[in-house]
Design a protein around this ligand. Structure first.
Ligand code: ZN
Length: 503
């Protein structure tokens, strides 16, 4: 067989497994958007049956044979073929190296863990949840061991979401960020403008859902989301799933917090544009998959923050916003709107945080996760450690565990190492944005005209069409000419929020 023929067969089999995975994702989307309440059990059966078929396809021994053949002639492979092999190898090892018993145990623990967390949060009872968390930690370490990461378990957790990312690299980036960001947040919070921003946001009330829906659809379509290849619906928690020509986004509406639905939709649109920009013919291979969660998050953050919180963006969209909500916006002037869009307020709760303080919530989780994995911190000591870190970083200490260590769902199913991608995404977005401004100084004039095509084209060319040929850190270096650094994020936050709050 020629190298081309082997690669073609590998791609066919890998894509079949991926296609089955996307069917499962669609079932998951449907579950959160449409499922009749009595159908949960039936859906669980559908998920389980499909997962079995998907796992059989992903662990097909023929994939192992083809990978061995290609790896034996590594020197003859093109860079694209090498990327395809590396990505397929990673998936294949994950599908075949975990013992069936372990996979079953982990799946059972995952759903038990979720319910234990929900109960513990409702009752503010960390003690009842601690044994679950200990078990999750143990399973995560065992998983790392099966895949050859013994002694580097937290590196494995990071690499799982962001191929190539290490604890050491993340630690360096976060400690630098923390040094510059903590004093900036303190200064903003002390500014009299902080209270004005809160008051401005509180004035935005009684926005009818139908008109909110109209506005956010117009905005997201203007940004470039292709509604012929995707849709937006309502769910309890906003998310974006699907890929290529079928991208499903969700949002949720609150008549008294109209900026929430808008900005969460723009955020999901950033994810959706990335997925719609992947080469459809290559879906499921390294050439048709995103570069990891940090890069994904950089796309959502760039559109949400650098673009949609800018004055230029609102110069274009404010007239239409007032037209759709004439009564509700009558008492709000343009400056108040801009302040409300860029309100900063420290909060105990990560998901309620603004874009400035948000990063500190992530640094906190990263520091604690790392200590849990090294054993420096025991699970039972988490609440106290959380309180101390929260005081140091956010300036607030939770009175209850519900507002502290129990607030996030992630650890309940063993999703350690996921949080850092949110903050790395912000750093990447800021560094890409600095590069965009150098390459096209008039980019904000584009926005003021409602033209986002240049920016989307730039992201398509530099990132979306690259698939997973490079890791997020490599891609940032290639595009911007320098390694990822938090200084761009700090500079961006100083510029936008410094001008607003400290000017
Ligand atoms: Zn996101």
């Amino acid at each position: 067989m020629t190298t081309e023929a082997i690669t073609a067969e590998l791609v066919t089999r890998v894509q079949r497994a991926h296609t089955l995975g996307t069917v499962g994702e669609l079932l998951g989307w449907d579950e959160q958007v449409n499922l009749p309440p009595g159908a949960a059990e039936q859906r669980a059966g559908q998920h389980a049956a499909l997962a079995e078929v998907q796992h059989a396809a992903a662990s097909d021994p023929r994939i192992g044979e083809l990978l061995a053949l290609l790896q034996a002639r590594d020197a003859l492979l093109t860079p694209d073929q090498r990327a395809i092999v590396a990505h397929a190898r990673r998936d294949y090892d994950r599908a075949t190296k975990l013992p069936a018993d372990f996979v079953r145990e982990k799946a059972g623990q995952g759903s038990r863990g979720y319910h234990a967390w929900a109960r513990a949060k409702a009752a503010d009872d960390f003690g009842g949840y601690a044994p679950v968390l200990e078990k999750n930690l143990e399973l995560a370490k065992r998983e790392a061991g099966y895949l050859g990461w013994s002694g580097r378990e937290y590196d494995y957790m990071l690499d799982k979401h962001d191929p190539g990312l290490t604890t050491a690299a993340t630690e360096k980036l976060f400690s630098e960020l923390k040094r510059d960001l903590v004093p900036l947040v303190r200064a903003i919070v002390a500014s009299p403008r902080a209270a004005q921003a809160r008051e401005a946001a509180a004035k935005l009330r009684g926005f009818p859902v139908e008109a909110q829906r109209t506005f956010l659809r117009e905005v997201t379509a203007a940004l470039g989301f292709d509604y012929a290849r995707g849709r937006i619906d309502v769910s309890l928690h906003p998310f974006c799933s699907g890929t290529g020509s079928d991208v499903r986004m969700t949002t949720r509406f609150n008549v008294d917090q109209p900026l929430d639905a808008l900005f969460s939709s723009i955020h999901e649109t950033g994810h959706g544009l990335y997925e719609q920009g992947l080469p459809v013919a290559q879906l499921g291979t390294a050439l048709g998959i995103h570069a990891g969660m940090a890069m994904h998050e950089s796309q959502s953050r760039l559109w949400e923050n650098q673009v949609a919180r800018s004055r230029a963006f609102w110069r274009h969209f404010e007239p239409r916003w007032r037209e759709l909500f004439p009564v509700q916006t009558a008492g709000v002037n343009s400056e108040e709107l801009y302040l409300a869009v860029n309100a900063v307020e420290p909060t105990l709760i990560r998901v309620d945080a603004d874009e400035v303080t948000y990063n500190l919530h992530i640094v906190l989780r990263f520091e604690l996760e790392q200590k849990l994995f090294t054993g420096e911190l025991a699970v039972r000591d988490l609440p106290a450690a959380w309180g101390a870190a929260s005081r140091e970083l956010v300036g607030l200490e939770p009175a209850t565990d519900r507002e502290g260590v129990l607030q996030d769902v992630h650890w309940s199913d063993g999703s350690f190492g996921y949080f850092p991608s949110y903050c790395l995404g912000n750093m990447i977005a800021a560094q890409l944005w600095a590069c965009v401004q150098r390459e096209r100084p008039e980019v904000e004039e584009d926005f003021a005209r409602g033209d986002f095509a240049w920016l989307l084209g730039w992201l398509r060319g530099n990132i979306h069409t690259q698939g997973r040929r490079f890791s997020a850190l490599e891609l940032v270096q290639r595009i911007t000419g320098e390694p990822l650094s938090p200084r761009h994020l700090v500079a961006y936050l100083r510029e936008r929020y410094g001008a607003l709050y400290l000017g």
